[in-house]
Design a protein. Structure first.
Length: 319
């Protein structure tokens, strides 16, 4: 039994988060966030940009400290621990950008997961843990099949910097799974994924959890998240909400003219938005927005995360 397994859990929960708060100046990015994750469970976090999802990951993994609250992993308080210390406890995190060390080959990058995974990538076998090595070997074989399906041979000898973004994201997820963490935190893992890769990651995560590990993932891919997750935690304005996320225009009008016609001032908008209000789980995300867009115009919308830009577009498109 390794050191990780000797840690005692609290009532069967892998992770217990209580009352986390994080403030940046006057902005309350996390507001009394509390939840728990049982062993062997996949939990998804959804919500609009600026809801606090990545900030939650940053606090849990020591990237930024919480102002208050606690996170307890298998009975051990981890609040304030470094990401290196968390790795030694069996907690692994990926980042949304998924950038890889450009000079390493694919084999070298995957070898960083663990010495035994490196031995398998090079066709030899480690003697330290036959069961885990066999588990990793199956994952690597699936990955090799997918990598060869990416239309180029000898991928394992290419450098990570030569690969497109989608392939780099796939390798990021693969390396995280190969580490066989007890708690895996994935930030937007399926960004730039094909449908085949989404199904592949689904299988990897289910296999990981079948062996007792837990996964906490952030995803805007609702179809993937609802398919793979045992439980969903919607977030808005730094809070865990109690209802599934609902985005919809609560008032206002959106009118597509489709073809400009002459009116008294000589111009008519191709798109007219009037006094649009959008609420998400009772929170006002877009308030009293009015826009006219003329034929031939390019109009940009700018603002910080959480300003309502994506929500506005979704409401206009009826999504």
């Amino acid at each position: 039994m390794n050191a990780r397994s000797q840690l005692n859990s609290q009532d069967g929960e892998m992770l217990v988060v209580s009352g986390l708060r994080k403030r940046y100046g006057r902005v309350l990015a996390l507001d009394d966030v509390s939840f728990s994750i049982p062993a062997g469970c996949i939990v998804g976090i959804t919500g609009p940009n600026g809801a606090g999802k990545t900030t939650l990951f940053d606090v849990l993994t020591g990237v930024t400290p919480a102002n208050s609250g606690t996170a307890v992993y298998k009975g051990l308080r981890i609040s304030g621990s470094s990401i290196e210390d968390l790795g030694r406890l069996g907690i692994v995190r990926t980042f949304q950008d998924g950038r890889l060390p450009s000079s390493l080959t694919v084999d070298e990058y995957l070898a960083l997961a663990d010495a035994s995974s490196r031995n398998y990538m090079h066709g030899t076998k480690s003697d330290n843990d036959d069961r885990i090595n066999a588990w990793r070997a199956g994952i690597v074989e699936e990955a090799r099949t997918q990598i060869e399906a990416m239309r180029f041979t000898g991928t394992h000898k290419r450098t990570c910097g030569e690969l497109p973004v989608g392939e780099q994201k796939l390798l990021t997820a693969l390396r995280a799974v190969l580490r066989k963490p007890e708690l895996l935190l994935l930030d937007e893992p399926t960004q730039s994924f094909s449908a085949d890769w989404v199904r592949l990651l689904d299988r990897w995560l289910r296999r990981l959890c079948a062996d007792g590990s837990s996964v906490l993932l952030i995803s805007h891919d609702i179809q993937f998240a609802e398919g793979v997750c045992d439980r969903m935690l919607p977030m808005a304005f730094g809070k865990i909400t109690t209802e599934p996320q609902r985005v919809g225009a609560s008032s206002g009008t959106v009118r597509f003219v489709g073809k400009p016609t002459a009116i008294e001032d000589g111009r008519t908008p191709l798109l007219s938005v009037r006094q649009l209000d959008v609420q998400v789980n009772g929170f006002s995300i877009v308030h009293d927005v009015s826009i006219d867009i003329q034929a031939g115009e390019i109009v940009g919308i700018i603002g910080q995360n959480g300003a309502g830009k994506s929500t506005l577009l979704r409401a206009i498109m009826g999504l």
